[in-house]
Design a protein around this ligand. Structure first.
Ligand code: BEZ
Ligand code: FE
Length: 327
């Protein structure tokens, strides 16, 4: 035995490196971390064995990750981008936030949410881009029984008319095209912005080069981002996508769902007067449906048990997360 009762690691081979790596990691006291590492090592090693991964390919992959690190900073998040284009972000969101029928589905967060958006009163204009086409959004937040949910904090963000978020402008001195609102007693919130446009995700770094090598484009269809937060309610990160966008069915980060595609209307004379916006501006009416934390946790647990059962794994849930059931 090696120090600390670790197994002796000697003469490791293609065939025994995996169980031995897992054995030494299994000294970890954290059951969940042990399980995550056991699965990660097993899948990574199987990947190398199955593909007969070459030394050059392995080095290319490591240099790719180094490149992702080098280009990243507080506002450039290349690793989030990588997770997004690999479909991992959407997958993790879907596992964590299962939705009962009729509730608003989630979508990818992306790297452009910030914490400095101003809190605005209902009806305020969050956009300062004079070239954007004015858009009035009138929304409600309800529960799955149709009851309004008051006091929900709602973060909203979108690009300017050139397809850039404010943080992508080097000379940004204050937040723009983003705000925070709170739903009123009837679950309503309304604001002005601009008609969203399609835009390319940042593609001047390693992730962009990867997409190019894969023959994929880097565009996202036009959308508005929303994040809903209230204690006792499942945290909802979602987006609304404008119907008919050329990238509707080929989003570079897999965020579009049928239920999140919306039609825009035009503001009529009465609404123009009521909401102080030009008649004929774009209009979006949308009702969001939140699920309670309890509802979501129950559904997530049920789905976890079902999925693990299908894989033939003997697991138990600890804090709603699977770990192996040990005899
Ligand atoms: C976004 O919608 O802001 C976004 C999502 C994923 C990657 C890049 C941007
Ligand atoms: Fe976006």
């Amino acid at each position: 035995m090696a120090p600390n009762n670790a197994p002796a690691l000697l003469d490791l081979t293609i065939d025994n490196i995996t169980p031995n790596t897992n054995r030494i990691n299994s000294q970890c006291k954290d059951q969940r971390l042990t399980y995550l590492m056991e699965r990660l090592v097993t899948h990574l090693h199987d990947f190398a064995r199955e593909t007969r991964l070459s030394f050059d390919e392995w080095m290319t992959a490591l240099n790719f990750l180094v490149g992702c690190g080098k280009i990243s900073d507080d506002v450039r998040q290349e690793f989030i981008l990588l997770s997004d284009v690999l479909g991992l972000s959407l997958l993790v969101d879907s596992i964590n936030h299962p939705k009962p029928a009729g509730s608003t589905e989630g979508s990818v967060l992306g790297p452009f949410h910030t914490h400095d958006a101003p809190t605005l009163a209902h009806g305020a204009n969050m956009a300062s881009d004079p070239k954007g086409e004015p858009l009035l959004c009138i929304c409600t937040v309800k529960d799955t029984a149709g009851k309004p949910v008051a006091g929900v904090k709602i973060d909203i963000w979108e690009t300017d008319s050139t397809g850039h978020y404010d943080v992508q402008h080097a000379d940004r001195d204050e937040p723009s095209e983003r705000c925070v609102m709170e739903s009123d007693d009837e679950g309503r919130f309304w604001f002005k912005g601009i008609k969203p446009v399609s835009y390319p995700i940042p593609h001047d770094g390693p992730v962009g080069k990867l997409l190019e090598r894969l023959g994929r484009h880097c565009w996202r269809p036009a959308h508005l981002h929303f994040m809903f937060e209230k204690s006792g309610w499942d945290h909802l990160i979602t987006s609304l996508y404008m119907r008919g966008d050329p990238y509707e069915t080929s989003d570079a980060v897999f965020g579009v769902k049928q239920s999140l595609i919306v039609d825009l209307d035009k503001v009529d004379k009465a609404a123009a007067e009521k909401y102080d916006i030009k008649e004929g501006s774009w209009l979006l009416n949308h009702d969001f449906v939140l699920t309670s934390q309890k509802e979501t946790e129950k559904l997530r647990d049920e789905k976890a048990v079902e999925a693990l059962g299908k894989l033939g794994l003997r697991m138990k849930l600890v804090d709603h997360l699977p770990v192996p059931e040990l005899d």
